[in-house]
Design a protein around this ligand. Structure first.
Ligand code: SF4
Ligand code: SF4
Length: 517
């Protein structure tokens, strides 16, 4: 009997009369489809397992040491810059904003101290993004996820929120016991205080963000008096919520599930990169403190790790670094501080957990001396790219012109023939004045002998020239008609448009075509 079991591998029975060349239809007819897996096994399933593991609440313990101090300093400097930078002033002259860092959407400008970027110069932003990516790659090649552990905004704000949590609900042990105990007024008051402080920080964070988009002192006054725009209040609300949610509640989950960098970083690292590493060659076999002392007294070997779990208790992502490289490790170094203080108490050398490389772990296990190689192919490539992109941007900035010209040829029609046989082309021309004072420009068309040039709304001076005024830090659009009465050498002739500041002589040029039949 032929049986078909959809989705199963097929075995085809050999047709009778083997040896002779079988007919294809005969093979098909005599095919016996046999399930290779017994029916009973087909419907056996794994016991129900959840697809999503519920979050295990982490209670990071307070720790002190070198890396904790570095993290506090970085936190103070980065948050200080973020909150205070909008209030730093920078004198750009009478007609320009005096805020050092300002994203001016209505005027379509980005100001950064002495740099002013116009929409046409968005390539600076591209250069900045390339520089940022290369700097991140370089950090990763030298010292792993140093960005994640110290500088990432998610890390910095989470660190601050955890400090507030320890302040209000106590350190790890106290907090754990209180969470497992009954609800009391004291517990409620502490939780309310924590969320209130979190919301104040989150609101301040959102408030600081909008100050980068308008004159900060003015906007602060408007916000306080209720005169600010709805958009400003809306953005403060959105950023207050996201800061509160990401730094207060989601914390390490952002690093574990939302951020792509750990995956990218894992693909970019190599065996010479410094990473927070448990030196298992020194730590194993781990024993309790009593057993390890007893073993050493008997002249037997014992690892330095006493399995006290301090490195796990201080970890903000709740992982055990002794299990080896882990995507959850943000390389903050806090477990190094925790383990160092344990080693100091039991009289063993520090840095059982340390910034180390895979190469050195291997070399030590082979009895060889460790070595560090910061200068290698990939670091040289990253430094080279940073140098090249930085030099190009610096050159572009230092040679940047304060006058510009854009020309767009009318597309429909490309040209018109006048009743006297002359050919006329029309152009839309935009003059750009990046200075903070108004300027007058002369306008000329080149490469076409004797054209007649008309500019709508701009009268011809007595000397035959035209002066076009462009306001401070502004652009001006004009309509230009170019008429040519002679015969053209080709259907399309390149022509130049030149504007010149008649006082300073500063000029800009653009090239387009004059079209004919
Ligand atoms: S803190 Fe050090 S000694 Fe304690 S468990 Fe961690 S690695 Fe072992
Ligand atoms: S394992 Fe250590 S370095 Fe990694 S996140 Fe935890 S505390 Fe920080």
């Amino acid at each position: 009997m032929n049986a078909v079991n959809a989705g199963q591998p097929l075995s085809v029975a050999k047709p009778k009369g083997a040896g002779s060349e079988p007919d294809l239809m005969e093979i098909v007819r005599s095919a016996e489809v046999v399930p290779l897996v017994p029916d009973s096994d087909l419907f056996e399933t794994e016991p129900d397992t959840p697809l999503y593991e519920a979050r295990r609440k982490i209670y990071p313990q307070r720790v002190s040491g070198t890396y904790r101090r570095i993290k506090w300093i970085v936190l103070l400097v980065t948050l200080g810059i973020y909150y205070m930078l909008p209030f730093v002033r920078w004198d750009r002259g009478p007609n320009a904003p005096s805020q050092a860092v300002l994203i001016d959407f209505p005027a379509r400008r980005f100001y950064f101290f002495f740099i002013e970027i116009w929409p046409q110069e968005i390539y600076y932003l591209t250069g900045l993004l390339i520089l940022a990516a290369m700097a991140l790659f370089l950090m990763n090649a030298v010292a792993g996820r140093i960005w994640c552990g110290y500088l990432c905004p998610q890390t910095v704000w989470t660190d601050l929120f955890q400090a507030v949590e320890r302040l209000t609900e106590g350190d790890r042990r106290e907090h754990l016991l209180r969470d497992r105990g009954p609800w009391t007024m004291d517990r409620v008051a502490r939780i309310v205080a924590k969320h209130f402080l979190w919301l104040v920080i989150a609101w301040w964070t959102g408030g600081a963000w909008v100050l980068y988009f308008a004159d900060a002192p003015t906007l602060v006054r408007e916000l306080a008096t209720g005169e600010a725009s709805v958009v400003a209040y809306a953005w403060i609300g959105i950023l207050t919520f996201t800061t509160y949610a990401l730094a207060g509640h989601m914390r390490e989950q952002v690093c574990l599930y939302m951020c792509p960098w750990p995956r990218i970083q894992a693909a970019l690292t190599d065996e010479y990169a410094l990473n927070v590493t448990y030196r298992y060659d020194r730590g194993e076999p781990r024993e309790s403190i009593k057993k390890s002392i007893a073993l050493r007294q008997k002249g037997l070997s014992a690892g330095d790790c006493i399995d006290c779990q301090q490195c796990v208790h201080v970890c903000p992502t709740g992982i055990d670094i002794r299990g080896g490289a882990n995507l959850g490790c943000i390389q903050c170094g806090l477990c190094i501080d925790a383990c160092d203080s344990v080693m100091a108490k039991i009289g063993r050398p520090a840095r059982l957990i340390a910034y180390d490389t895979d190469v050195n772990i291997r070399r030590r296990s082979e009895g060889k001396a460790p070595f560090f190689r910061i200068v290698r192919g990939r670091t040289l490539v990253y430094v080279g790219m940073i140098a090249i992109v930085g030099a190009v941007m610096l050159y572009a900035l230092t040679t940047r012109q304060n006058v510009g010209l854009n020309v767009i040829h009318d597309r429909n029609p490309l040209f018109v023939r006048l009743s006297d046989g002359a050919i006329r082309n029309a152009y839309t021309v935009r003059l750009i004045n990046k200075r903070t004072e108004a300027r007058e420009f002369t306008f000329e068309v080149e490469n076409l002998p004797g054209p007649m040039v008309d500019i709508a709304g701009i009268p011809v001076q007595e000397n035959g020239s035209r002066l076009i005024e462009v306001g401070p830090d502004q652009t001006r659009e004009i309509r230009v008609l170019v008429t040519y009465r002679k015969s053209l050498p080709a259907s399309s002739v390149p022509i130049g448009f030149v504007i010149k500041d008649h006082q300073t002589g500063e000029a800009a040029e653009a090239v387009d075509n004059f079209r004919g039949p």
